[in-house]
Design a protein around this ligand. Sequence first.
Ligand code: IMO
Ligand code: MG
Length: 428
Amino acid sequence: MPAYAVIGGQWGDEGKGKIIDYLAADASIVARYSGGNNAGHTVINDLGEFKFHLIPSGVCWPQTINVIGNGVVVDPDGFIEEIRDIESKGIDPSTIVISDRAHIVMPYHVRLDQLEEERRGKDAIGTTGRGIGPAYLDKVARSGIRIGELLDMEDLALRLPDIIERKNEVLTKIYGADPIDIEDIYARVREWAPELSSFIRPVEDLVAAAIENGENVILEGAQGALLDIDHGTYPYVTSSNPTVGGALTGLGLGPRAFGGVAGVFKAYCTRVGAGPFPTELTGELGERIRNIAGEFGATTGRPRRVGWFDGVAGRYSARVNGFDSIIITRLDILDNVDSVNVCVAYELDGERIEQFPIDSVLLERCKPIYETLEGWSGTTAGITDADDLPAGARRYVEFLESLLGVEAAIISTGPRREETITLKPVIS
Ligand code: IMO
Ligand code: MG
């Protein structure tokens, strides 16, 4: 069966973009199903270096159709900017399609995201400030604007005054901020319509037809399982479902469409923004890994928090998503580390626990229990054949496999497409 989900197993930034660009060689569709331009997917190949936020990471392959599904929220300005960027690098954007049912991230959503973060003060989530939460809030409140509405400007013009009036009440009365000008919003919407109209269509039929034909479809995860609104470390999460369920609702698929669900894990852990992070390295080693690995957000440039691999969280993530394989990225970053810790359990109030506490307050109290593995001499960087890995690096991967109870399919040994070891096929 031909839909293959590639999902972040941690707190995002696991290297999904690189992996999807690599796997898309064998796909006819790559489809995003959740999130918006809060995502930052770095892809490096012969065509150049790209940071995709909304555009699916299959776009560098001419044979793929790149779908933005109904579950995604789309910032039109961000999308147009990305289109211009790929065009300037010689990539044809006509392979991209956006579901008419995807919701629009409006300029007032961006404003409200920032105002709400300021209002939270020391309890801020540390969002990307891209308006993602407020856009999903309007979707669920049934007062959002869907991208297909840009195709019927007359109807949209009738809806806008009421929407703007209500937003202005919130902006002025709750946040004490300036109101937005309806004429500005009209002007923006009128600019977007002609730029976006050629991309908009009911994409769910397209994806379903490809699956029916036996073509390979890659479902591109954004964010990660631990940022899931239902299954993540609430409230320090994003406002959508990056986990596998989001791939079904975010593209209109049934479970029998799935041929596999792969979880992408960094060989260590990172997190951007606030929230519990039991294995966080706050000292010199964390700083060193951050600098060697360039752990700064692709979307906001913020330094990422760095920590050891968390096997308790990883097992939980594997269960919630039903991973049938794992993909380990950035193994090369641990090349010069003398000994490597892996969290195998937590200590909570003096007791050893192996289940991931979903409650953030409990998780904050958890202390990691580590197993220490010897580092390896020699480098893994750029290796493409598992037989060439240093023995210690192979042992590390095997340790993660047995901890999570899932076999590794791919090991990534560098940011470029070809710096990849395939152990078993993800797409079969
Ligand atoms: P990719 O797809 C890492 C985090 C933010 C914040 C929280 C909520 O590159 O893995 P939001 O703006 O979504 O309301 O912020 O989620 N976050 C990510 N962290 N990678 C991402 O995407 C993220 N997208 C959102 O830092 O903590
Ligand atoms: Mg990222």
